[in-house]
Design a protein. Sequence first.
Length: 243
Amino acid sequence: MVFEWNAAAHADEAEGEPERRAFTRPELEVFFDHADAEVLRVRGKGRKGWLPAFRDATLFKTTYAYGLRRNETRMLDLTDFGRNPQGREFGEYGTLLVRHGKAKKGSPPKRRSVLTVWHWTPGTVEEWISEVRPGMRHMAGPALWPSERGPRVGVQRLDSRFASYRDALGLDPALEFHSLRRSYITHLIEDGHDPLFVQQQVGHDHASTTAIYTCVSSDFRTRSLRRVLDATIEAALRPGRTS
């Protein structure tokens, strides 16, 4: 719960305006499909710009796949992926070390390890690293996302690419880059993951902060209510129950 003594810390960590929101699942699918289509469109015209377009499409998916903040994503290196003994099916991409998490004032960047949860993630990242990234001009450096102009993609580029895709699709202007992180939190909760697990995955100090980020759909709320009501009715009708 949020009280006067902890509200200030939570407000500082919220990193977004209240009107910002998560993607719905259909919106997210449309956004990712559009990013992939842009790669094919640019490549079909024989332009080298398909490489950064591919980078950005993979970067957006990776941001969502691990619930990352913008700078956490931007600062990833090739060596930040590792194995998870409890998730062998993910191979070399079972965990992600976030070295540049949001720092508290006067403190160094906060580090955390994020576990891979979706089976499509390793293949998405591996394709970028093995097949596409080697074609980038600055591929010799450690950065996972090199730029065509420098060793690491810039913040302005991420924001402008995200906004151009969103606007091209006519999506809600309330959706921003950080909405990918909000979506990760929301969708994990909707899928039944333990709230404490989700809190640890995204690096929140307080459960109430994670709750602020959760934008569950009306369909999820309806299904949740239906489960509770059905369980209540079943218990009431159970043989041997007395009123």
